[in-house]
Design a protein around this ligand. Structure first.
Ligand code: SF4
Length: 394
């Protein structure tokens, strides 16, 4: 078995489901996504800007080296990434004014040893230490994806604990700030402050006991919609399957004397199960395809090819052939007008405004979202939208 990993970024999972730590120990790390690579490039540039007093705009169109799985890569640094980094640097500049005498670190690798011989490592994006005052950790989330709330993010709490480095008595309060410049529907800056004594209590009463459970025999499983969806063991985990299938197989009490249709409250209880069921079924299918590709049989299943469209092997050669066969050039091509975004790129930035009156943005398809989603609820006339297409979940 490989080394057991307790990364801060997966702390929600291993705290809720201690058994997951051993279950995923032998699962290879997935390839780094382009979104994660872009995020790493933003962190790398921010760090250089802080240490060498540069502007992120100096890096636009340069290739930034990022560490990634299976191998390191070079990512082109785009203008939007420079703007993301600038928002983060602006926040740090404000904090430095607030704590002129404090110590600062950027992209610093820190660790804690919650139990003997176990180290949890993490890179803390930015840390401010004001002895006998505040400990501040700032976390840059460069992506557009999941909204992170520092009042619930155990990852950020662990970063603060790493920064405290067992010197609990040297700080009064921990400020945990998440800068998420591309957050579309909520605040791009979120802060949670808690007394260091509360953080210490959480660490000793909840975090360390979960780690001890994970390291021991018979660690408990804690399947839930929140943690299983991100767990690499999802396709093969029996606890997750049991959770999904037993929820799906709940006997429905049927009493002909009672109303025979679900109430909306009951539908509200079924939807989260459907959401996890869909995630679980796609993960199991992807796992089965991968096993068959690797030559490991799955009882009763084989790989087949889906439908595919024909493609040209050599477009230039075909065009020459068609010309020889007297086909008009204008008949060979379909002219398509470019999208608003593509046409805007044809103009210098000071002339793009002229296109604005010609651009309309139709409303997006209706989607079902959880009440907790940051997207604003849509108010519509029920009959007017009756025939609309809709998606199940955002
Ligand atoms: S899939 Fe869910 S239940 Fe299974 S190990 Fe992962 S988090 Fe735990």
């Amino acid at each position: 078995m490989k080394k057991l990993k307790f990364t801060p970024s997966s702390s929600d999972r291993w705290m809720s489901c201690p058994a997951s730590v051993k279950l995923i120990a032998d699962i290879p790390k997935p390839d780094t996504t382009i979104y994660a690579k872009n995020g790493t490039a933003c962190h790398n540039v921010a760090d250089v800007c802080l240490k060498k007093n540069k502007s992120p705009h100096d890096f636009i169109e340069k290739k930034i080296e990022v560490w990634a799985t299976p191998k390191n890569d070079y990512i082109p640094f785009e203008k939007s990434m420079a703007e993301t980094v600038q928002t983060y640097l602006d926040e740090l500049a404000l904090l430095r004014k607030e704590y002129p005498k404090a110590k600062y670190t950027s992209e610093k690798k820190l660790s804690i040893t919650p139990v003997p011989r176990l180290k949890i490592n993490g890179v803390v994006d930015y840390n401010i230490k004001q002895r006998f005052g505040d400990i501040v950790v700032v976390d840059l989330k460069a992506g557009v994806g999941v909204t992170v709330d520092p009042s619930e993010s155990t990852q950020t709490w662990l970063y603060a604990i790493m920064a405290i480095n067992n010197q609990w008595d040297e700080y009064d309060k921990a400020r945990m700030i998440i800068v998420q410049p591309n957050e579309k529907y909520g605040d791009t800056r979120k802060e949670h402050t808690m007394p260091v004594s509360d953080l210490k209590q959480w660490y000793y009463d909840e975090c360390i006991p979960a780690i001890k459970l994970a390291l021991g025999d018979n660690a408990p499983f804690g399947p839930s919609e929140k943690v299983c969806r991100w767990c690499p063991a999802l396709p093969t985990c029996k606890a997750a399957a049991g959770h999904v299938l037993s929820a799906a197989g709940q006997p429905i009490e049927f009493d002909p004397r009672q109303p025979q249709e679900f109430t909306n409250a009951e539908i509200g209880q079924i939807l989260p199960i459907i959401d996890l069921y869909k995630k679980w079924s796609s993960a199991v299918t992807a796992y089965a395809i991968d096993e068959l590709r690797q030559g490991r049989p799955i009882d009763g299943y084989k790989l087949v090819r889906g439908r595919a469209n024909r493609v040209w092997i050599d477009e230039e050669a075909v065009q020459k052939l068609l010309k020889r066969l007297k086909v008009k050039v204008s008949d060979m091509f379909t002219k398509k007008f470019k999208s608003p975004a593509a046409c805007e790129k044809l103009l210098p930035s000071d002339k793009r405004e002229k296109l604005k009156p010609f651009i309309d943005k139709p409303e997006g398809k209706l989607q079902l979202a959880k009440e907790s989603s940051k997207k604003p609820a849509v108010s519509i006339e029920p009959a007017a939208e009756f025939n609309d297409d809709f998606d199940f979940f955002e």
